[in-house]
Design a protein around this ligand. Structure first.
Ligand code: FES
Length: 156
């Protein structure tokens, strides 16, 4: 037992945050956690855990209430507010568009790139850990995790 608590401590120090027991998170399917002041949504879907910033980068919509659909072979959460589609794995925003130079133009899915910050989920002995993304570049969902964004979201 002592060894295990030592191990857990090291994991937290390595940036891994314990977020819950695997079976509880599986049953909940969507779980909200605050880690280092960041509000995170943990999703369990088709046998896999995902974690991402919980407020949609577009206007702070609550992703925890979004449906999940497969789009262009990628699982996406659909923001309930304006239906933006964000891939669970990468946080890419997908949209459907046409290329006017194509004759005739055929609607296809395109990516706006990574807009929602995603985080890493790991499991160990029935326990689940999240490591926050360490990408140092600005990702648009960062806005709603900051002070200004939180105030704006509260007003909406
Ligand atoms: Fe998510 Fe607009 S807030 S689509």
């Amino acid at each position: 037992i002592e060894d295990r608590s030592m191990e857990e401590k090291e994991q937290t120090e390595g940036g891994l945050h314990f977020v819950g027991k695997k079976d509880e998170l599986m049953e909940a399917k969507r779980s909200f956690r605050t880690i280092e002041d960041r509000d995170i949504l943990i999703i369990y879907y088709q046998g896999v855990f995902y974690a991402m910033d919980s407020y949609c980068y577009h206007a702070g919509g609550l992703l925890q209430d979004g449906d999940i659909e497969e789009i262009n072979s990628k699982l996406c959460i659909i923001c309930p507010k304006h239906k933006y589609k964000l891939t669970l794995a990468e946080g890419e925003c997908l949209y459907r568009g046409t290329n006017p130079r194509e004759k005739p133009p055929v609607p296809r899915w395109y990516s706006k790139g990574v807009k929602q910050r995603t985080h890493t989920v790991t499991e160990n002995n029935g326990e689940v850990y999240v490591k926050l993304s360490d990408r140092s570049d600005w990702i648009e969902s960062d806005y709603y995790q900051g002070e200004k964004g939180k105030i704006e979201r509260a007003k909406a």
